[in-house]
Design a protein around this ligand. Structure first.
Ligand code: ADP
Length: 337
């Protein structure tokens, strides 16, 4: 660990947050220049929308989204037109502040006029998105999937997807959104950081029960119910590849400006966290991409009244240790295993 910088050349540089080094001339860095900017909610929505305009059917894994405040009128007009075209359509929308994380500032609305267009939206841009009302439920609960993806190289494009990920559960039984339950975050938002504060959060020593489970344990459940798990995996793989393809052109611009071709510089790789929601019909939908996914393998627990400490989390350990180990194996320059 080099909190004040390090000057001996290394094979692999592991930055905590983002790419911020101009004086590395060899080796490999675990972040791409510009990735943090590219996966912010607004930039990601823009990049995916460009592809949706070109290939609408290929990119139908991302909910319809509008950027606020600039597309507010477009949002109002399009929703009105869609409602006129289909009077039975009773949508819900989710508003997410740009650059937010852990569910921060997120709220659900039924009508565009419910957007809080007061000072805050001007100072804090956001994405408003169609809310997926019919997610797949397990034990009556909504959950999402965190998958770890290694972008090993941009040119040629090399992508690896970890075979196991995490499933993060809500802590209140799910009901389709109504004006009465819109505010119930433990029912609608799957963020670990929110649900951990619900009295119903279950820490489990087993990877297939509790409020955080392995994705493979969910696949086992689905497979035993007769679901086509192979098709699901192949849809998830397409979603990941297509999302990265949407980000690639701008990532290359950042790359060429930070590490110009012909000059000595490092190569880059990066572990990304993909957040995916499964719809009731098992279609995977992209929620967001995280450039700096948490690699913690402990969680906080109240050890005695008022005393908190870190204890090992078997489910995080099972998934994340494998991700880091396999990443190091894949980028190991001398194949030292
Ligand atoms: P954050 O970065 O704050 O976690 P996300 O985009 O991941 O923001 O959204 C937070 C949570 O809200 C997700 O984990 C998911 O449970 C829920 N969510 C987000 N977008 C949608 C959507 N379009 N439809 C249904 N649920 C959503």
């Amino acid at each position: 660990q080099f909190p004040f910088g390090r000057r001996l050349p290394c094979d692999i540089y592991w930055h905590g947050v983002s790419f911020h080094d101009n004086d590395i001339f060899s080796g490999q860095v675990n972040k791409f220049p510009g990735m943090t900017e590219m996966v912010r909610k607004i930039t990601l929505s823009r990049a995916v929308r460009t592809m949706q305009d070109l290939f609408p059917l290929e990119y139908n894994f991302y909910p319809r989204s509008w950027i606020l405040p600039e597309e507010f009128s477009l949002f109002v007009d399009e929703v009105r037109m869609m409602k006129d075209g289909d009077p039975g359509w009773k949508p819900t929308f989710i508003v997410k502040p740009d650059g937010g994380c852990q569910g921060d500032g997120i709220y659900l609305i039924k009508d565009p006029s419910d957007i809080r267009l007061t000072g805050s939206i001007q100072s804090r841009p956001a994405v408003v998105q169609e809310y997926i009302c019919k997610p797949l439920l397990v034990d009556k609960l909504k959950f999402d999937i965190r998958l770890y993806v290694l972008l090993k190289s941009l040119e040629p494009l090399e992508i690896y997807i970890a075979k196991d990920g995490l499933s993060r559960f809500c802590t209140e039984p799910y009901q389709e959104p109504t004006l009465k339950n819109l505010h119930q975050v433990f029912m609608h938002l799957t963020n670990y950081s929110l649900n951990i504060h619900s009295g119903n959060f279950i820490h489990s020593d087993s990877v297939s029960t509790g409020s955080k489970r392995t994705f493979s344990s969910i696949l086992c459940r689905l497979s035993s119910r007769g679901a086509d798990v192979k098709k699901l995996w192949s849809d998830i793989i397409s979603l990941v590849i297509k999302t990265i393809i949407a980000l690639t052109p701008e990532l290359k611009v950042y790359y060429q400006s930070d590490i110009p071709a012909g000059k000595p510089g490092p190569t880059c790789f990066q572990i990304l966290g993909f957040d995916i929601l499964l719809m009731k019909n098992l279609k995977p939908m992209l929620l967001e991409v995280n450039a700096n996914p948490s690699m913690r393998i402990e969680h906080e627990q109240e050890l005695s009244p008022g005393v908190f400490g870190n204890v090992p989390s078997p489910v995080d350990e099972e998934v994340k240790v494998a991700v880091i180990r396999d990443t190091l194996r894949l980028v190991d320059p001398q194949k030292k295993k």
